[in-house]
Design a binder for this molecule. Sequence first.
Ligand code: NDP
Ligand code: OXD
Length: 310
Amino acid sequence: MTTSFVYKADPERGREWQRLFAEKAPHLDFRLWPDVGDPGAVRYLAMWEPPDNLTERFPNLELAFSIGAGVDQFDLNAIPDHVPLMRMQEPGIATTMQEYVAMAVLSLHRNLIDYIDQQRKAAWQALRVRPASQCRVGILGLGQLGSAVANRLTTLGFACRGWSRTRRHFEGVACFAGNDELTEFLAGSEILICLLPLTDHTRGILDAELFARLPRGASLVNVGRGPHLVAADLLAALDSGQVSAAVLDVFDPEPPPADHPLWHHPRVLMTPHVASMTQPAGAVETVLDNIARHGEGRELIGVVDRQRGY
Ligand code: NDP
Ligand code: OXD
C-alpha cells in the first residue's frame, strides 16, 4: 500500500525536499501541495500553515511536522491528539540565526546606525569603541536558538546572559529563570534579544514596562515574533532615549502597513522575517529520522508540548 508524505509550504524549497526524498526515501510517495493524491494514503504532513479540516482531509495522518521552529501559526486544537506535531530542529536554523543575531549585535555594538546616518550627511565623527567584553547582551529564551546564539556571541567576546522559563545552565552565560528573576536579568542587558516562542505568556512582553527595566540607552533585537512587541511602546521608548536603537526581523502584521512609523524611524533597522531559514538538507534528514523513530516506536524529537504552546 502507498504511503504518502505531503509538503505544504514554499514550493521552491519544496522541490528541493522532493529531490532529497527521491534520493533518501524512495519508498515514500512525496507530494507537493495541492497535488496530494489519495488523501487516505497521507501518513505524514510537513507544513508552515495547516490546511483546513485536517482530520477529515487526511484521516490516516500519523505525524505532523512544522517546517519552522515556531508553531504559533498552528491552532493546536485542530491537530488530533493522537498525531504528534514536531517543531523543526534541523541545524541550519540555528546556524543562520547565529549569523543574523551576530550581525545585529555587532551592528549595534559598533554604532552602524549612527555611521549610516553620518554617511548620508557626509559627516565624519568617530564614536568611542568599547571591547565586546564590556557589552552585556541579554537573550530572552534559551532554547534551541537562544542557546546557539549565546554560544556564538560568547565566542565573539560579549558578556552574555539568558532568561528562560525553567532554569538552564550554559558555561560562560549568566542564566536567569522565571518572572522573579526577569528584573535582574533586564537590568544587565544593554542589548536585548528576543528569541522566545509566541504564547499567551509571552505575547506583548516587549512593552513599555519591560523597556523601563533596561539600562537607559539599551537596544533591542526582535527575532522572535511580531506580537512579542508593542510597537507603539518601542516608538515611545526610542523617542525618549530609553531605547537607543532596534533591529527588527518580525512584525505584526507582516509586512507592516506602508504608513507604519517603524519603516522610516532613523534608529530602526528592518528585515523581512529572514533571520533564519530552514535548510532543506537538514530538514529532510530530521524529518526522516523522526519517521524512522515513529516506525520503531522510539522517542520522537522536537514534539510540541500543547499545554505549554511551544
Ligand atoms: P525553543 O522552544 O527551543 O526555546 C524557547 C525558549 O523560550 C526556552 O528556553 C523556553 O524556556 C523559553 N520560554 C518559553 N516561554 C517562556 C516564558 N513564558 N518565560 C520565560 N522563558 C520562556 O524554541 P527555539 O529556540 O527553537 O525558537 C524560539 C523562537 O524563535 C520560535 O518560537 C520562533 O518564534 C522564533 N524564530 C524566529 C525565526 C526568524 O526567522 N525570525 C526563525 C526561527 C524561529 P524553557 O527552556 O524553560 O522551556
Ligand atoms: C521559524 C521561522 O519559526 O522561520 O522557523 O520563523
